[in-house]
Design a protein around this ligand. Sequence first.
Ligand code: CAA
Ligand code: NAD
Length: 283
Amino acid sequence: MTVQKIMVIGAGQMGAGIAQVCAQAGYQVLLYDQDALAVKSGLTSIEKRLERAVAKERMTEADKDKTHNLLQRANDIQEAEQVDIVIEAVIENMNVKQEIFKQLDSIVPAHTILATNTSSLPITEIAAVTKRPEKVIGMHFMNPVPVMKLVEIIRALQTDDETYQTIADVTKQLNKTSVEVNDFPGFVANRVLMPMINEAIYTVYEGIATPEDVDTVMKLGMNHPMGPLTLADFIGLDTCLYIMEVLHEGFGDSKYRPCPLLRQYVQAGWYGKKSGRGFYTYE
Ligand code: CAA
Ligand code: NAD
């Protein structure tokens, strides 16, 4: 299948990054969010990153302009009627995602693939609310999208081979490496990463060490580029909690229980970097 136009739904940190890499790879991109301000700030953050790339001589002014011209805001989800692929990157909540997929299913043409950037939710369950389950697939980018090389591609039970192949080809075109994984809670990335982050939060909760010291242990002791609490703040503590809940419910194993401190921070609205406060405070 030839892909020319992609719509990204959700202009938060992931959606904006996905829109950027798609435009840089030469696709026409529509960026949509229910919050018009999120689209505006998403496009501003992309523009700043492109300018920085030009300043660092990693991109020419002409390529920046080309990328810029390929990116457009969508004012209505109805504009999905023009696209070949939709990549959904809204909050990690099954009800919200299913509602969007139902709506998209009635808007987009028959050939359009509906992909989700969910971190952990069952793709099979999202696919099941559409009349095109064979064209639904997980396309899990890593944060920050413009920097991280990996995309996990997750087939729903219903996904057909053509859909998988198209998404694998697009991922290659984005200059990313894909790994195919099966549809189980947390896939591979968050099945492995999130329990580590949750355990790091337990070490703070139990008074074993401060967030700074936990992060230092993992950075200097294990050569991680970011300590787990800095990384949790970077991912978003709301997203971390959603993922732990999916693992806990999906496997029914108490080893995945979210740390009460994580739950409390989210209740307080301390979502990490995006809200200005998490384990650390941000300007
Ligand atoms: N968006 C775009 N680019 C960014 C960025 C962002 N948010 N943050 C940093 N960068 C770029 C910088 O512009 C810089 O590029 P240039 O040198 O070309 O300008 C480059 O990344 C390195 O940045 P810095 O020198 O400022 O900082 P750093 O060397 O510490 O690297 C980092 C930053 C790449 C984020 C690094 O700290 C890192 O790899 N951290 C771990 C990230 C990680 O684990 N991501 C996966 C999270 S889990 C996930 O995504 C799955 C999920 O479902 C939750
Ligand atoms: P975010 O909070 O930064 O952005 C979410 C955006 O979705 C917001 O702008 C919000 O306005 C928008 N939104 C919410 N409901 C919507 C709706 N019904 N219609 C349209 N837009 C809506 O979140 P994020 O960190 O970008 O995460 C987005 C998705 O990507 C989640 O599924 C998350 O699990 C996944 N993900 C996150 C990371 C990460 O590190 N943060 C990494 C990989 C995957």
